[in-house]
Design a protein around this ligand. Structure first.
Ligand SMILES: [Zn+2]
Length: 161
């Protein structure tokens, strides 16, 4: 395959918030990390997932040739999505950082203001979420917060000042 994955090298380490390229009504959160072993751009927080979903086992064809084609199609959809994400982050670098850092949200359980990155993207504070499954929080709460974030930005940018 000749299609190349986008170059994320120019993206500095840190946290970014951009509207989902495939669903602009939902904000997506990203963490760029660089270490001697790895250079990654991952959905934030850990266990969150943005873009084309990982196929369920039941959806994967049994025939080896079909399976290879299925895997290639999925990889391509992922490549196309990540290209849009990286292009957007690079185009909006400063805005994407500011969006992440200035977004203020309150705990949906107790109403207190949330301060750390994980709590802000879950929409719930550390005490209120103790005992809750991080994977479930990442899967259900992060997209909900992302939609609220986009609505909030629309109010700030379009509404009366
Ligand atoms: Zn709380």
């Amino acid at each position: 395959m000749t299609d190349v994955w986008p170059d994320m090298t120019p993206i500095p380490e840190g946290y970014y918030a951009i509207p989902d390229p495939d669903d602009p009504a939902t904000m997506t959160y990203w963490r760029r990390a660089i270490s001697p072993k790895a250079s990654v751009l991952k959905a934030w927080p850990a266990k969150a997932w943005n873009g084309p979903a990982v196929p369920r086992r039941a959806d994967v064809p049994e025939d080896p040739a079909d399976r290879a084609a299925f895997a290639a199609a999925w990889t391509e959809s992922r490549r196309v999505y990540m290209t849009k994400v990286i292009d957007t982050i690079l185009a909006e670098l400063d805005d994407a950082r500011r969006r992440f850092s200035t977004f203020a949200i309150r705990c949906w359980s107790c109403g207190r203001t949330l301060r750390d990155e994980t709590s802000k993207t879950y929409g719930i504070g550390p005490e209120c979420r103790s005992g809750m499954d991080p994977a479930a929080l990442a899967r259900f709460c992060v997209p909900a917060v992302g939609r609220i974030h986009v609505e909030h930005l629309a109010t700030v940018e379009d509404g009366p000042r």
